[in-house]
Write a protein that binds this ligand. Sequence first.
Ligand SMILES: Nc1nc(=O)c2c([nH]1)NC[C@@H]1CN(c3ccc(C(=O)N[C@@H](CCC(=O)O)C(=O)O)cc3)CN21
Ligand SMILES: CC(C)C(=O)C(=O)O
Ligand SMILES: [Mg+2]
Length: 262
Amino acid sequence: MSKKLQDWKRDKAAGRKRALVTAYDYPFAHFAARAGLDGILVGDSLGMVVAGEADTLGVSLEQVCYHTRMAARGAGSCLLIADLPFGSYEGSPGQAWSSAAALLRAGTDMVKLEGGREMAETVAFLAQRGVAVCGHIGLTPQRVRQWGGFRRQGTDAEGAQHLREDAAALAAAGARLLVIEAVPAELGAEITRNLAIPTIGIGAGPDTDAQVLVLHDVLGLAPGGSPTFAHQYLGGAGLVESALTRYAEEVRSGRFPPRQER
Ligand SMILES: Nc1nc(=O)c2c([nH]1)NC[C@@H]1CN(c3ccc(C(=O)N[C@@H](CCC(=O)O)C(=O)O)cc3)CN21
Ligand SMILES: CC(C)C(=O)C(=O)O
Ligand SMILES: [Mg+2]
């Protein structure tokens, strides 16, 4: 991988943090790369923000491969990470290997999987065979039904200690990056400080080495709403709705297409 991940750690120490965003297709991967994002995640959040489902459990490996192929065509030299979806890796290291291979063939640089110490053996299996793995701890949406909702994690002493140990186990197993989702800022900072690999936070405070947000939250295009930690940088829904309203109005009133144009 040309994308030197250890620089992320060193540069954060010098005050420069990395910015990633999710993208699920060619045009948005293209715009993210053009905007100079440091990485693009083909997240299984696509099941929610693209497919309109209530959680990420319905997303298949084939679907993530399809979106990864689309995003890869637009991502240029941007680091591309693809989520291993629910049910594609938890069964055994061998299952994770064949699913990771499918995502790598689809064009990703790196695969991401959810879980802590219980996934360390699988992370080591992949890493030893040359697959770059990103871990994901804290609020892991594939376990939403176990928790009965998208709940912040690491909010008590026991939960926080569990997450510290999970982070250490994943790094020791050979994970190259770690997503920390929806935990207290102090815990995000502490795990980042104590870990040799770069961390990517989402709802984990300002002190992780990098940040990631879901594209549709950034652009204001999430019809189902966004988590409170997300910031909207574009009023996308209003812009799209008003453009489409104007187009339909011009067709109905006869202003589009004009007579003289083809
Ligand atoms: N549009 C969107 N943005 C995301 O960031 C996102 C998704 N969808 N889908 C998959 C997961 C689910 N995510 C979530 C969803 C909610 C919270 C959350 O903190 N919700 C409430 C608090 C709920 C609670 O603590 O009980 C909040 O305050 O926003 C966090 C991550 C992050 N991911
Ligand atoms: C929210 C990020 C980390 C993710 O896993 C996704 O978009 O699926
Ligand atoms: Mg995900």
